[in-house]
Design a protein around this ligand. Structure first.
Ligand code: DX5
Ligand code: ZN
Length: 217
């Protein structure tokens, strides 16, 4: 079971300190949300911040690219120290080539689909990704509400992967909290991204991670 705090909700004036705090509190990966103001309405950060996070932690860095033409930037994210790189199906007309390029650059390839994108888009390529990210909100912002119909989508994705003999992880992103995490797990997810539930927890980062782990029991 992977818990990946999303630094989108971190305090950027002390990013390194907070990443270290998350590591110490038992985070498994650090999730970095890259947004371009085109594919999604918001703009965040790029490879330079990944490089900075790399200096702050030895944990695997999980980069979620919400940008048009992600294929142009794969090398830069590899060089910055990315371990897991996930691209949106909706941004990749040549998704097979993009996933293969990610692997060739030494990163673990993941594919992510928006709430409105059907899972049959995954059908032709199960052997080319190691992780499916099911967006459980519309990407672009932290702190949004989980979309309840995504439980069924997680279930369908798990069935599909099983049928295809794929051991890919199912990651969920958006609105993950102590209230939603257990049902995601029961539906078949094994990798949980959380921003506001961790960095926005009233008692601090460690308490946020602990509350998620407790809810999974
Ligand atoms: C949203 C991002 C998420 C975001 C989740 O587009 O992909 O990773 O940080 O934030 P919360 O956990 O607050 O919904
Ligand atoms: Zn994300």
């Amino acid at each position: 079971m992977i818990i990946a705090p999303s630094i989108l909700s971190a305090d950027f004036t002390k990013l390194g300190v907070q990443v270290k705090e998350a590591e110490k509190a038992g985070a498994d990966w650090i999730h970095v949300d890259v947004m371009d103001g085109r594919f999604v309405p918001n703009i965040t950060f790029g490879p330079m911040i990944v490089k900075a996070v790399r200096r702050a932690t030895t944990l695997p860095i999980d980069v979620h690219l919400m940008i048009v033409e992600p294929e142009k930037h794969l090398q830069a994210f590899a060089d910055a120290g990315t371990n897991h790189l996930t691209v949106h199906y909706e941004t990749c007309p040549h998704i097979h080539r993009t996933l293969e390029n990610i692997r060739e650059l030494g990163m673990s390839p993941g594919i992510v689909i928006n709430p409105g994108t059907p899972i049959n888009t995954l059908e032709e390529l199960p052997q080319y990704f190691e992780k499916v990210l099911i967006m459980t909100v519309n990407p672009g912002f932290g702190g949004q509400s989980f979309i309840p119909s995504m439980y069924e989508k997680i279930r369908k994705t798990r069935d599909f992967l099983k049928k295809n003999g794929s051991k890919a992880m199912i990651q969920v992103d958006g609105g993950i909290s102590p209230e939603t995490i257990k049902a995601c797990y029961q539906a078949g997810a094994d990798n949980f991204i959380a921003g506001s539930a961790i960095f926005g927890h009233q008692n601090g980062i460690a308490a946020g991670i602990k509350a998620l782990r407790e809810a999974l029991k």
